[in-house]
Design a protein around this ligand. Sequence first.
Ligand code: N01
Length: 540
Amino acid sequence: MTRTDKITFDAVIIGAGFSGLYQLYSLREKLGLDVKILEAAGGVGGTWYWNRYPGARCDSESHTYCYYFKRELLENWQWSERYPGQKEILRYLEFCSRTLDLEKDIYFNERVISGSWNTRIRAWQVETKSGKTFNARFLITAVGCLSSANKPKIDGIEEFCGDVYHTGEWPHEPINFAKKTVALIGTGSTGIQAIPEIARQAKRLYVLQRTPNYSVPARNRPLVRDFQSKFVQDIEYWRAKMLESRHGHPWMAPNRQVVTTDKTEQLKIMEAAWIHGGLSFRESFDDVLLNEKSNKIMSEFIRQKISKTVKNPETAKKLLPKDHPFGTKRPPIDTNYFETFNQDNVHLIDLRSNPISGCDQSGIGLLDGTLINTDAIIFATGFDAMTGSIERLNLRGKNGIGLAEAWNAGPETYLGLAVPGFPNLFTITGPGSPSVLTNMPRSIEQHVDWISNLITHMIQCDHTEVEADVLAAKKWTRHVTDVANQTLLPKANHSWYLGANIPGKPRVFMPYANGLNNYRKYCDEVANEKYRGFIFTELN
Ligand code: N01
């Protein structure tokens, strides 16, 4: 690659999680580029560095939630449980980083606060909070889809004398809730993981629930001794299964519909899937997210499980999800979530009938005048998903236009990978790509390989700049919406998939719902057709 002396690096990557680490390895080892990662945290891990809340665990199964690009990494790492816990994933990413010798090219504790495309030197100039500037031909965001914490505004929260936590910014030192009263807000995947763990420690736990959620038992368990040796023999089998599937998980569509299956058989299948546990429950039929009637049957099955599990009928009733079809919000999986409400120290507050009115020194007030006296408030209130972590980088493109401004009416991308007006910028797992609807490492590896191939093409052809064509991006964004509208997914009108959890955020269905397998084919076609929809500029 030709470099002017104004350019410090060929590429700068923002973020040292799953995506950033592989992107660094790929550009450095395969292409021989001079690449650096800028990382706000003090270590690698991304989401797994920050989300240290009690119970934090991945919902993808261990042997699938890892890199597949290098056999050595698969052979030399042994997972201990069916689903990997936060500490184990963090150790895994540290192991990968060490094995691939990545840390020498990572600047830790460097939070990117802005970046702009300099038309004169044809490079990105990126500023960090510490006052440094990094120049690079290519800028790649690897900031994750769920990393900008959503902290709802509550009147008087600053007066509260106790401790306040957000699950996505959890302290590094252990927090002991024994003998404490705790109020936890939010019952998404995170709250559902944290509640049973905190309830085990705390003297009293108040769960403040806005929307009751469906959840399926995870059925976590230690992996048997010979799992690893068998797995290593079958790596290609697992890889092929994941790549063929819609979600990047190793299970295939079963080729049966709820509505065309007789009732006894339906029940048998759902019971078996419930006992097996995990995200594959949703895949026990093909039409759960396509047919309202089918979805109702599955939703009702889960509601009955909740009613049977929770002993207090009033509490059970409050926990029953009723305002959205199953799977239209990201379905959590749990360990003893509903069972936890049978504990005497756990109290469920229904915020729909009795919303939060504000906070004072001692706790949280509710509209009916109840004051919840508490020692700690935990926000398990999620993230400004998919766009928040990219927009807060304050990137300015060709004409000085900011990304947040360009996405004022919702994110517009080409393939979720590139944005018109922002040359040489790539967004790993960006809005408009399958990302959060998939097993993330599979989506990440596909994006990283695709970006690396595009950069290789540019080097071979002496192209200096690449940019997504405006019309191609418009067409793609329309396609993302159309595909979502063919499913039940947009029916949960308070889902973060739609940006509905953030006041004022445009309501646009952001992930690409047509399956990772179909998306991959589409991306390959674009590449084979000389990167159709991208505009290249040659060095002059
Ligand atoms: O966040 P969420 P999360 N007042 O947005 C409530 C991934 N993840 O951190 O539903 C009161 O899902 C909100 O209520 P409502 C996974 O993709 C993965 O739990 O908007 N309540 C909801 O109950 C997941 O989907 C793993 O009405 C408020 C909760 O807070 C994503 O991260 C593990 C509120 C937020 O749920 C986000 O999950 C954990 C307010 N003002 C998470 N604002 C893995 O296994 C929000 N809420 C890898």
